[in-house]
Ligand binder design. Structure first.
Ligand code: 4AD
Ligand code: MG
Length: 450
């Protein structure tokens, strides 16, 4: 309970302590001699037990109502809790119409059910725990990078480039532009989009600060109803200068994962336990005690020799599908799998040419994890001007990316980086099946509630 200051000394627990506590009622149990309330203020999964004289009961003191209780905080005689509040006064600040309130007392509502009420589901234990974990993981990500000497950069949300070149952009239009569609003048003079990745802006900054990171919302107009895609999701991205090996990038991915996961486990053990007990009982938190590394070409061979048939036949040069990722993770023993060196023609323009052949590849890496599939995507970047210039020219992008070529003219260094999908990270460590249940307000095709 945030509103409860800790007594100055644990020995004082046995003493009476005057206290005001505000929260939302989770349960009301009225007996002849005593009235029990459980209230919760969102600071933890734990409810505060309020013990009161039945004369304090009011008609609008119901499940879901907001209350302020004044009383004495005493050591609880019950094993399950440290303290309880002996109420002197109970004030119902905001009543709750329990008949139309979609959440019901002491019910474990399925995640699909509460998803219909994005404005109320945070009052549910599961979403409460999730959002506290999300908050601690966010702080853990910032600490990890700051402690390791990275500079945090606010990369823009509005941009004129399509970093991934996958054509999944949301174009920005002002409301007056939308009305006067005949007269196509742009607010920014050029077409502008919601960012799909902060990478190109981070590359600019890695050219001055060496190690940089960003952690913000990214947007993809993916018309997919899958359980691991959102139209708006948060991405953690890092960029490292003076880096010539993919191994360095993979090491940062692994260190980030391990550090943030141990922070989450130590800061919110009860919240994590709720997921592992009730939502995904089979889920083991894998702290990367082991992982596997294979090349894309090896992955395709493994898939071709698989005893099962796939909907998409595995062929060198084709993208790995969800079913392929799943099989590769299983084949490697249900551990995280790094897949490196993807076909040149499959990947965006910025990836570094491996100059191999006849199966031409780039220095790319994807990290696949059990139950989720792709968690991180990264690469070494093409820092050599002639290589980049000829690739951009072939793609017809040379004019748009003059500024990017400048970075290769003025003090270019070998560099690389990666992005990790924050929601997929939460899905993985908590064993949550659907990505819509690990973000406060999910946005996906045909749905933008609130
Ligand atoms: O693999 P992606 O597309 O990589 C990039 O955008 C790079 N520019 C990042 C970089 O190198 N700085 O996306 C990175 C990660 C994916 O591995 C996945 O976890 C997540 O972002 N992701 C999504 N998460 C939820 N919904 C979507 N629609 C996602 N698309 C990608
Ligand atoms: Mg990717």
């Amino acid at each position: 309970f945030l509103s409860l200051p800790c007594p100055p000394d644990p020995c004082c627990f046995a003493l009476l302590w005057w206290q005001n506590a505000g929260g939302w009622v989770r349960s009301v149990r009225s007996q002849k001699e005593v009235l029990f309330l459980h209230i919760n203020d969102g600071s933890s999964l734990e409810n505060l037990q309020v013990v009161a004289d039945p004369s304090l009961e009011k008609r609008d003191l119901t499940f879901g109502s907001a209350v302020e209780v004044q009383g004495k905080l005493v050591k609880s005689p019950h094993k399950m809790q440290n303290m309880e509040l002996q109420a002197e006064t109970i004030h119902v600040v905001g009543p709750c119409d329990i008949w139309s309130f979609p959440l019901k007392m002491k019910e474990r509502h399925p995640l699909e059910y509460v998803r219909q009420f994005p404005h109320l589901r945070c009052r549910n234990n599961t979403l409460g725990s999730l959002l506290r974990i999300r908050s601690e993981a966010t702080a853990g990500i910032h600490s990890f990078f700051q402690d390791n000497g990275y500079v945090h950069i606010h990369t823009p949300i509005i941009t004129s480039n399509d970093c991934e070149g996958a054509g999944e952009l949301f174009q920005i239009e002002t409301s007056s532009e939308a009305k006067e569609s005949a007269e196509k003048t742009h607010f920014f003079n050029v077409p502008a989009f919601l960012t799909v990745s902060g990478q190109l802006h981070l590359e600019v900054m890695a050219g001055a600060f060496t190690h940089v990171f960003t952690f913000g919302p990214t947007f993809r107009a993916e018309n997919s109803q899958s359980r691991r895609h959102l139209a708006e999701f948060y991405m953690v991205e890092a960029e490292l200068s003076f880096t010539e090996s993919l191994q360095d990038i993979m090491q940062v991915m692994e260190d980030l994962f391990k550090t943030v996961t141990s922070t989450v486990l130590s800061k919110c053990p009860r919240d994590v336990e709720l997921f592992h007990k009730y939502i995904a009982p089979a889920q083991k938190v894998i702290l990367f005690s082991s992982s596997c590394r294979i090349s894309y070409s090896e992955a395709v061979e493994i898939l071709k020799q698989a005893p099962q048939t796939f909907v998409f036949k595995p062929e060198w040069g084709c993208d790995l599908q969800t079913e392929h990722e799943k099989y590769l993770v299983k084949h490697c023993g249900e551990v995280p799998v790094f897949v490196v060196n993807y076909p040149y023609d499959l990947k965006p323009f910025y990836m570094r040419d491996n100059e191999d052949g006849p199966q031409h590849t780039v220095a790319a890496v994807d990290l696949l994890v059990p139950g989720v599939g792709e968690l991180c995507g990264g690469s070494l970047r093409e820092e050599r001007l002639p290589f980049l210039e000829s690739r951009l020219r072939r793609l017809g992008l040379i004019d748009a990316y003059q500024w990017y070529l400048d970075l290769r003219k003025f003090g270019s260094v070998p560099h690389g980086g990666f992005g990790m999908g924050f929601e997929r990270y939460l899905q993985y460590i908590l064993g949550v099946d659907n990505i819509k249940d690990v973000i406060p307000f999910p946005r996906f095709s045909h749905s933008c509630l609130l």
